[in-house]
Design a protein around this ligand. Structure first.
Ligand SMILES: C[S@@+](CC[C@H](N)C(=O)[O-])C[C@H]1O[C@@H](n2cnc3c(N)ncnc32)[C@H](O)[C@@H]1O
Length: 251
């Protein structure tokens, strides 16, 4: 993606609680179903945005979280939010590339990544992150996935252009296994959560943009965002975010 497009996309998402679909209650429920972790697990949130996941995890476990994002804007927002929530002692916010982490091997008990792995490619991300996990460590990684193999043409055409590597849940499970994980569960984020926590706030933000004077790239970002929402309205039964609950398998 070209730089000007990414800058416009970041501007559109600045000040929102989330930069992608997710839900606090869904996350809390999911945490209840993870295998036992150490009482103060070492946690990483990769592609954390302004910290929806990192803040929840730090609060829930009262344990340190390394939160990484390549956007300086989102990292600054996370610092402000962590301070406001009294969690800044627990959250280390790092502006950096989640695909080039020079962290020690086996130092993370819970690796979290919501709506971000696709930037590296799902299987590549899992392969790069697997060595970071302690023995028996858990990874929770959400990935846009097809819920069916009978994909309607408009949805296929759109995602073929926007995210050609998008796959079915079965294929994503195989990718996770190849990357060195055991698949524990694959809950789907309900489509209502997309609207309530992500698309509705995004729609309100879009409404604040002026009708004239936008750069061509800004216009493209707005058009693409509208198109993505329209598509989801029609085809949310065919695709969505699946959360892959994974455990590091022994080599
Ligand atoms: C869809 S947003 C999700 C953000 C957050 N996890 C959430 O659910 O609100 C994807 C995030 O990945 C970040 N990102 C993309 N490529 C990255 C990279 N190579 N390293 C670190 N962060 C990256 C973007 O800046 C963006 O904040």
């Amino acid at each position: 993606m070209e730089e000007e497009y990414i800058t416009a996309l970041i501007a559109l998402h600045t000040g929102l609680d989330r930069q992608g679909p997710g839900d606090g209650e869904f996350t809390h429920n999911l945490l209840r179903h993870l295998p036992p972790l150490p009482s103060r697990p070492r946690i990483a949130d990769l592609g954390c945005g302004s910290g929806a996941g990192a803040l929840l995890l730090a609060e829930h476990y009262q344990s340190p979280v390394l939160a990484v994002d390549s956007s300086a804007v989102f990292i600054q927002e996370l610092r402000t939010r962590a301070h406001a929530a009294g969690l800044d002692a627990l959250i280390t916010s790092i502006e950096g590339d989640m695909g080039q982490l020079d962290w020690p091997q086996a130092g993370i008990d819970l690796l979290w990544s919501e709506g971000a792995a696709y930037n590296l490619g799902f299987e590549r991300a899992l392969g790069l992150w697997r060595p970071l996990l302690a023995a028996g460590g858990v990874a929770v990684v959400s990935e846009l996935s097809w819920f069916t193999t009978e994909i309607p043409a408009p949805a296929r055409t759109y995602w073929q252009a926007a995210y050609p590597e998008m796959e079915t849940e079965a294929e994503n499970c195989d990718r996770a296994i190849r990357a060195g994980f055991r698949v524990l569960d694959t809950p789907r984020l309900p489509s209502e959560a997309w609207w309530k926590n992500y698309y509705d706030p995004l729609r309100s933000r879009l409404a604040t943009y002026p009708k004239t004077g936008l750069s061509p790239v800004e216009q493209t970002v707005l058009r693409d965002t509208e198109a993505e929402m329209t598509l989801f309205q029609q085809f949310s039964h065919c695709y969505g975010y699946t959360f892959y609950l994974l455990q590091a398998s022994s080599p």
